[in-house]
Design a protein around this ligand. Structure first.
Ligand code: 4AD
Ligand code: MG
Length: 463
């Protein structure tokens, strides 16, 4: 038997209604003659207050065993609550305890715990207010992603997790093998003999589904991926994970302008859905996590994004009234401090930087007339920095061949990618949005490890 969830009763429960709820005890308070339990089933930030009248003899035994963390089923009648914290409460008539919880050892106590500590109890942290709110918002974001693209006729496609190609060409891939690592077959010259491995050649966890998405865009026009990606970047930062989710739209007959328009409309859409569907959670983030959360959301929805070229961005950074830790020079990549300066301090809104130098971007980006820059775009946002990376793709066969050579990549490996330029090539463009960075941006959570249930990062794989 499944019962309506607590959020349903909080929103539309009526006094005298006979109901049953199931969940976990958040807090227990004992007053003279009464015990108050806050019960949560994860459906809302607020739990339901359950009032147990100790005159009801059959409840007395079970209520003694009720402690924070225990799982229960309670039936009773709803009543208007005299307390100012809630408008409705449940007067218990029967109570079943499914699993007790020892108050001496249960790690989640009523006090505020640090996020660092909560990461060490990844199996219990989803029961806290903050993680409850984060994962409800994460769910709303995922839902909004699909709604946005489906409304516009994009096909959701599934690109492989195991792949032989390095999309970004930066060598940050995890190898996939079924070799016994104690006895790896070797060639006479001492190199690894991959011909004996599972796929007969080196294989990796994907860093991006883009190359395969391009194949499908050349048949279905507009497609998107939404799946896990992996990077063996050994960076212990608040914005990097080794396993993260990426959304990658790819559009045929589309240039960089169209790509930027889509990215902007997309971010605005997701914010609107989250504000509507998770209003209590968003207010919680604004009150408890970062007091700019609601203002930032408002800013995103109501302002146009700033757009400028990399060359202009460098000029502005050089004129900035501050010392940066990393050098600012045409040809060098922007660091997070530069990205945040542009979006947070200078323009105070999401900023799209385009046309980066060829040498700091991937091989597939379309070369500009100047021969020095490519049609790349990065969307930079306050607090997080780069949230989206994308580009118009090089659709001209000869230029692409030249770029593959310049990047020292093997032409043989990209034969099918080059074929797309041989048969029915079209201008096309796309981008990748890091899903966790989006959730970070929306919620104001400072560390990316706190917006994914089970973060994967260097030496972090317990749960
Ligand atoms: O800029 P990136 O590397 O672009 C690509 O992978 C392209 N193939 C996407 C495309 O055009 N289809 O990554 C895209 C986004 C970044 O802007 C960032 O938000 C996120 O993915 N990202 C990470 N998020 C968490 N942890 C990491 N280690 C990330 N690396 C990139
Ligand atoms: Mg990037």
């Amino acid at each position: 038997m499944t019962y309506p969830r607590i959020v349903h009763f909080l929103r539309q429960g009526k006094p005298d209604q006979l109901v049953t709820v199931q969940g976990w005890i958040r807090t227990k308070r004992e007053l003279k003659g009464f015990t108050f339990l806050e019960v949560s089933d994860g459906s809302s930030l607020q739990g339901l207050q359950v009032v147990i009248d100790l005159e009801i003899v059959q409840l007395v035994d079970s209520v003694r065993k009720c402690h924070t963390g225990a799982s229960i089923t309670v039936s009773g009648v709803l009543a208007t609550s005299p307390g100012k914290e809630q408008s409705i409460e449940l007067k218990a008539q029967s109570l079943i305890i499914h699993g007790e919880s020892d108050p001496g050892s249960y790690p989640l106590q009523k006090k505020r715990h640090s996020f660092e500590f909560l990461r060490t109890i990844g199996h219990l942290r989803p029961r806290t207010n903050t993680y409850g709110a984060v994962f409800r918002v994460r769910n709303a974001c995922a839902w909004a992603v699909h709604q946005f693209f489906q409304e516009q006729g994009f096909l959701w496609i599934h690109t492989p997790i195991i792949t032989a190609s390095d999309c970004e060409g930066s060598g940050e891939m995890f190898t996939v093998t079924n070799f016994n690592l104690g006895q790896i077959p070797k060639n006479p010259n001492g190199s690894v003999d991959y011909s004996q491995d599972f796929f007969g050649r080196p294989a990796y966890l994907t860093v991006s589904g883009q190359l395969q998405a391009e194949i499908l865009a050349m048949a279905f026009t507009n497609v998107y991926t939404f799946g896990p990606t992996f990077r063996a970047e050994n960076s212990n930062t608040s914005r990097h994970l080794a396993e993260f989710w990426m959304i990658e739209p790819e559009m045929a007959f589309c240039d960089l302008e169209g790509n930027m328009d889509l990215a902007e409309a997309f971010l605005k859409y997701v914010f609107k859905v989250v504000l509507t569907n998770c209003s209590a959670d968003m207010e919680f983030f604004d009150a408890r996590i970062d007091n700019s959360v609601l203002a930032v959301a408002d800013n995103i929805i109501n302002n146009e994004f700033q757009r400028l070229t990399y060359t202009d961005a460098i000029a502005l950074l050089q004129k900035a009234d501050r010392q940066f830790e990393y050098p600012v020079e045409w040809g060098l990549d922007l660091q997070s401090e530069h990205e945040r300066y542009l979006a947070e301090d200078l323009f105070k809104r999401p900023t799209i930087v385009t046309d980066y130098p060829t040498q700091i971007k991937a091989f597939y980006m379309r070369l500009n007339e100047d021969g020095k820059t490519v049609r790349a775009m990065d969307v930079l946002v306050p607090r997080v920095g780069e949230i989206i990376g994308g580009s118009q793709r090089e659709e001209r066969l000869e230029v692409l061949e030249k770029r593959i050579n310049e990047h020292g990549l093997s032409m043989n490996q990209y034969w099918w990618y080059l074929d797309l330029r041989r048969y029915g090539t079209v201008p096309h463009a796309g981008f990748g949005l890091g899903f966790e960075r989006l959730v970070q941006f929306i919620t104001g959570m400072a560390n990316i490890r706190d917006v994914i249930p089970f973060p994967r990062a260097p030496e972090t794989i317990e749960f």
